[in-house]
Design a protein around this ligand. Structure first.
Ligand code: ATR
Length: 270
């Protein structure tokens, strides 16, 4: 059986083994998928050992997403843009490709949800690592405008300047958010601390979607706030399954159906 794994520290909480076991069963394509706890100072050593065992690919999580880029022979364009690698692919001739499937995973989920994209006004809250990799795929859907708003305004404007978006991408501070939006994506880590960035009360258009990249058994503070504004609210569990589906596609060449896997994970969360 082909060998895959997720590398992290910690890694016990990772849902990737469950997700990929689900894909393997659904597609009748048996694989072995391990969770490997790696000491923070020996990612390279563990990766080499994994290759010697015949490992064909891996997911990489905290704190190895930057280090993973240094051991790849080649980076995909989207990994370069994201500045991080969450997926390693071993090719037929033993070459190691560093890829990033987070942006594709978010887009898979937004399309599944039939989220407003083409012609939409999109607000992205945050300008950290989670945002770098999603702007290009979001721009490709043809929104009328994407506003990136961040506590530290310089990070938002720098990110906006990185992409040639024909003026469709703008960075600003949280208190300079103007107008209303069809899609608001929270990519700040504020929800981890149970904090909510200060947001204007009039933020959503009719039929808008509020999306948090974080997820949990209870709605994040951002989604709790959005619920009070009567909009559709979705957390990032589907993005997690989406990025896994895109990794699987890079490894196995087939596309799993995400909905049943997502439903099973959701049931386990509650
Ligand atoms: P990630 O990889 O998850 O994006 P990160 O690179 O550390 O993590 O970025 C965290 C993001 O959350 C940043 O945009 C950060 O804002 P700053 O750039 O100003 O630091 C944002 N963030 C974290 N805590 C926040 C809070 N309490 N209020 C508003 N924004 C917050």
């Amino acid at each position: 059986t082909p060998l895959y794994a997720v590398f992290g520290n910690p890694v016990a909480h990772s849902k990737s083994p469950q997700i990929h076991a689900g894909f393997a069963e659904q597609l009748r394509d048996p694989v072995r998928y391990d969770a490997r706890l790696v000491p923070v100072d020996d990612f390279h050593g563990h990766w080499r050992a994994f290759l010697n065992e015949g490992g064909r690919g891996a997911n990489v999580t905290v704190p190895f997403k930057q280090q993973a880029a240094t051991l790849a022979d080649q980076l995909s364009e989207r990994a370069r843009q994201a500045g991080a690698v969450n997926t390693l692919v071993v090719t037929e001739n033993g070459e190691v490709i560093g890829d990033n499937t987070d942006g594709a995973g978010l887009l898979l989920d937004l399309k599944r949800l039939e989220a407003p994209l083409t012609g939409a006004r999109i607000l992205v809250l945050g300008a950290g690592g989670a945002v770098r990799g999603v702007l290009e795929p979001l721009l490709e859907t043809g929104p009328s405008e994407i506003v990136v708003a961040n506590r530290t305004v310089e990070k938002a404007t720098a990110l906006a300047a990185l992409f040639d978006a024909q003026g469709r991408l703008r960075g600003c501070s949280l208190d300079a958010i103007k107008g209303t939006f069809d899609l608001v994506i929270n990519a700040t880590s504020a929800s981890l601390a149970g904090a909510l960035p200060p947001l204007p009360e009039m933020l959503f258009n009719e039929g808008a979607l509020a999306y948090d990249m974080m997820y949990g058994a209870v709605p994040t503070v951002f989604l709790q706030w959005a619920q009070r504004h009567d909009v559709r609210c979705v957390d990032g569990l589907g993005m997690l399954v989406g990025q896994a589906a895109e990794s699987w596609y890079q490894w196995r060449g087939t596309r799993p159906e995400t909905t049943p896997i997502l439903e099973a994970l959701r049931a386990d969360l509650c």
